[in-house]
Every structure is written in C-alpha cells, then in structure tokens.
Design a protein around this ligand. Structure first.
Ligand code: AMP
Ligand code: MG
Length: 495
C-alpha cells in the first residue's frame, strides 16, 4: 500500500529522531478506514481486506520500506519550557508523495513506547483515538487546515488510565509534516546552530520552497512570515467555528499551519469567549478568546530559536525578530475580519465592519446563544424587519437590541454593491455550518465505542459530519440544539 515511501526526515542527522519499531498487537481490528483519503494520497488499498489493513495500520505488519522513527522535539507546555518531549507514543512510518505532488507523513499514534516516552506507556486509549479521527475529519470537511486520520484500529489490548482499564487503539495520522515550533526549540535549547540551520533548510524545502534559494537570514525571515500567515489563517478558522483547541503548547503548533493534537479540544455551544474545556487548563490560558494571542506567543518562541540565523549581530537579530512578531497583529486582524465578515455575508469586510462583527458576538455572548445555530439562522434574516423572524431563543428584553443590530446589518448588506440577498444567504451557508461535532454526541459516541465495543453512534456521527454546510437527511438529527441543562462540558488530555 505504501509502495512509494520516500523518507526525507530519516535522512536528516541522527539527533533529529530515534529509530524504533512499533509494538505488535496480537489481534488488531480495523474500526474505521478512510478510503477517500487513501485514494487522495494515491495509496493502492483495494487489494487489502480489513484484517490486513488492521495489521498494517497497527504496527503488526510493517509496510515495505517503512523506517519507523520517533521525532525529537521540545516545547512550552502551559508556558513552561520542557527541553525534551519528542514522540512519546507516535512513530513516523514514512512519507508518501500524493498524485498531486504533495508530501505527507504517515504516522502511527499509540504504537508503543519510544526513547521519548518519559515514563509513559506509549499507548493510546480508544476514546481519544476515535475523538481525533472524528474531529480531525470533521475539521477537514469544514475547510480547516488539519492533520487527517487514515484509520483507527483497536489493538484488542487494554491500556491503563486514571479511570481504569480501557481498550487500546492506534490512530494513523497523516500530516503535511510533523515539524513543530517545538522541533526548533529542541535544537535551540541545545545551542546546536548547525542542526537549526539544517532544520530551517529542510522545512523551507518542504513547506516554503520559494524560499529555498534565499540566503539564510532571508530564509529565516521568510519562514517566520509564512508561519505567521498560516497560524493567523488557522486560528481565524478556529474562531469562526467556535473551536477551542485546548492545548496550544509550542509542541502542538505545526509549522505547516495544520491543526494538530486533538486532545482536549471541543466546539462551543452557547457562546462565551472565555470558554475552556480542558480539565487541566485552570488559568484559562487556552480559552477561546485567547487563541489569537497564544498563536503570536508561540511564533515569538519560534523567532527566538532563529535569532542566530537571522543576523550575526545579536541586537539586529532581535530587532528583526521583534518587527516580524509585531507584524502578526495586522495579519491576524485581516484574517479574522475576513472570515467573520463572510459569516455575516460581507465579502470584503473592512475595518469599518469591525464594530458590526463585535456587536453581533456581544449579542451572542450576552444572550448565551448557540454559536453555530445562530450564525446559521442569520442567513434567513437578510430581509424584512419583522421580529417574528428573530431566532426563537431571543429573550423579550433583548428584542430591541437585536432589531437594532439587524437593521444596521441589513443596511450594510444593502450598501454592498450588487449584493443579491438570496446569493448573500447562499454564501453565508457556505461558511456557517449546519452541523459541528456536538460535545454531547461526541461523548456518547466515544463512550459507547469504548465501553460496549459498539461503533454505531460513532459511525452515525461521522456520517452526519460529511457535508457540514448542507442540511441533509443524514445530519438533520444533529442540527437539534444540545440540552441546555447539562453541566459545563469538560475534556481530558487524550492520553
Ligand atoms: P500531548 O499532550 O499529546 O501534546 O503530549 C505531550 C507529550 O507527551 C508528547 O511528547 C507525547 O508524545 C507525550 N505523551 C503523551 N501521552 C503519552 C503516553 N501515553 N506515552 C508516552 N508519551 C506520551
Ligand atoms: Mg502533542
């Protein structure tokens, strides 16, 4: 299946990784295989039955010319620097080049301990594996840059967690690369400038080939700017969907600009910008509204690692880095304005629209309205001034404020040259999803799978998320608003 492995990371110096074979489960069972993605990757999978796929995608049977390795990296976790993290339970099998010419990492997550496991078992429990499969694939369908999931395999063996024994599983993760801000930090912490230079060169060839022939300082500047653009775009997507990543540590900040690490992530139901789902994020460091600022903080950590390559003169290097990092703010505002404007049916939002966007979010927050459903409903409100049209959940005391906002918004749509209102509504429906992975449903799907071995709710939810911007017979049930009497949703780090 992976006949065309072409392992460039393996050819980097030894300090970049540790070679390690996966652990071999006795009787792995395929839970789900992403045939569409396999085809996209150019993998010839048709001749393999589910049992063979389960063996290949659990570590039991190594594909030809796989050279499994655990990548070395460091990272700031909740603001504290850890000089050595690395893949503690993931192995890079190799890289494939898709028919479209794109290089993709194929990684097994939960395939046994590595030299970077730091006392962990190197394994993954079924619940978190299915969460990553479900949410990362939903994100892809929602149009968000993300790592993908090729398969989830049950190992048939228990893993021991705080809550006791849970069934084990392995996820096959696909990424444009697994290089993180933390990868640069690993070498910077060791003062290894030669390795930093090699890594910069590698990353630029892989993600920003137009910079490949530039001199080193220009390469370093160019990479920081590219990461700024990609992270600003990425976080703007998260914000437009009410997505809270939950663990934006620098080791979970991918240079490729893909969402990576679906541990404690979740989507907001009733809007509150302070929302935190992760049970360990006591300070709210990674709350919804903090995400744009944290992305900038992470980029500052990247820029720090590149100081010696930016300029031989320390002061000049620092000045360049500072200027680049400051530049994030403008890139971020433009990215955010663009996506939020489009959610309101405004194609090319300008700074004059910022107040309209902000005021709508205040209405949502003050009324604790459902983020996804309310944006989706707006597309039906582009015309008319009748308060019958207001979303049902609006409290009588808020009707005045809503009507005022709606009239400002309608005026803005009217002023936009040639804006046909039915086309505006259609465009809004392309960016305001009808369905997202609802916390309650995700939880039900994962617990039913892990406790009873019953994948039905998981598969039903996965199916409902295939066309999130359309209202389909498959997803009507998921458009129902969650029960508002539930306690606040909590997620646990997916180990
Ligand atoms: P994460 O919170 O998933 O970003 O993981 C942070 C670090 O902990 C990474 O180096 C992981 O590889 C490592 N890690 C997480 N869970 C395990 C585990 N069960 N066994 C070994 N290492 C782990
Ligand atoms: Mg991680």
């Amino acid at each position: 299946m992976f006949a065309q492995f072409d392992n460039t990371y393996r050819r980097l110096p030894e300090a970049f990784f540790a070679l390690r074979s996966p652990r071999t489960p006795e009787a792995p069972q395929l839970m789900i295989f992403n045939a569409d993605l396999a085809t996209e990757l150019g993998l010839d999978h048709s001749q393999f039955d589910p049992d063979t796929l389960a063996e290949m995608l659990s570590g039991k049977r190594l594909p030809d010319n796989a050279e499994p390795l655990a990548m070395a990296y460091a990272g700031h976790q909740f603001g504290h620097f850890v000089p050595q993290l690395g893949d503690g339970r993931a192995l890079l099998l190799g890289e494939v080049v898709t028919p479209a010419g794109e290089r993709r990492d194929i990684q097994l997550k939960g395939a046994g301990p590595t030299p970077f496991s730091r006392g962990g078992d190197g394994l993954a429990a079924m619940g978190p594996v299915l969460r990553e499969y479900l949410v990362s694939e939903a994100m892809a369908r929602l149009g968000v840059p993300t790592t993908r999931a090729l398969a989830a395999v049950a190992t048939g063996e228990p893993v021991y967690r705080e809550r006791g024994a849970e069934p084990g599983a392995v996820l096959t993760r696909v990424a444009a690369s697994h290089v993180r801000v933390g990868t640069f930090q690993y070498f910077a912490a060791r003062g290894d400038h030669a390795a930093l230079s090699t890594l910069l060169d590698y990353v630029v060839r892989r993600h920003d080939p137009e910079l490949a022939d530039a001199d080193e300082p220009a390469k370093a500047r160019g990479l920081i700017q590219a990461v700024i653009r990609r992270q600003a775009t990425l976080v703007a997507h998260w914000m437009r969907l009410g997505f809270v990543h939950g663990v934006m540590n620098t080791d979970n900040c991918a240079i490729s600009g893909e969402t990576i690490d679906y541990g404690p992530c979740a989507f907001i139901d009733r809007f509150d910008p302070r929302t935190v789902f992760s049970s360990i994020d006591h300070q709210g460091r990674y709350a919804y509204a903090n995400q744009p600022g944290i992305a900038q903080w992470n980029i500052a950590r990247l820029a720090e690692t590149l100081l010696p390559l930016l300029d031989d003169n320390e002061e000049k290097a620092l000045a360049t880095a500072n200027e680049l990092i400051t530049g994030y703010t403008e890139v971020w505002h433009a990215a955010y304005r663009n996506v939020m404007g489009r959610k309101l049916g405004i194609d090319e939002a300008t700074p004059d629209d910022d107040k309209l966007i902000e005021d709508f979010l205040s209405l949502l927050a003050d009324g604790k309205h459902d983020f996804t459903a309310t944006f989706r409903q707006l597309a039906n409100l582009t015309t008319g001034s009748d308060e019958d049209q207001l979303p049902e959940m609006i409290a009588p005391k808020d009707v005045g404020r809503w009507k005022l906002w709606l009239s400002r918004w309608r005026q803005r749509l009217h002023d936009a040259s040639g804006a046909e209102l039915d086309q505006v509504s259609a465009r809004m429906n392309q960016v305001n999803p009808a369905v997202i992975p609802r916390n309650q449903e995700v939880e039900l799907a994962l617990t039913t799978a892990a406790s009873d071995g019953n994948l039905k709710p998981f598969l039903k939810l996965h199916q409902a998320l295939q066309k999130p911007y359309e209202s389909t017979p498959d997803n009507l049930w998921l458009q129902k608003l969650p029960d508002s009497n539930l306690p606040p949703y909590r997620t646990f780090c997916g180990t």
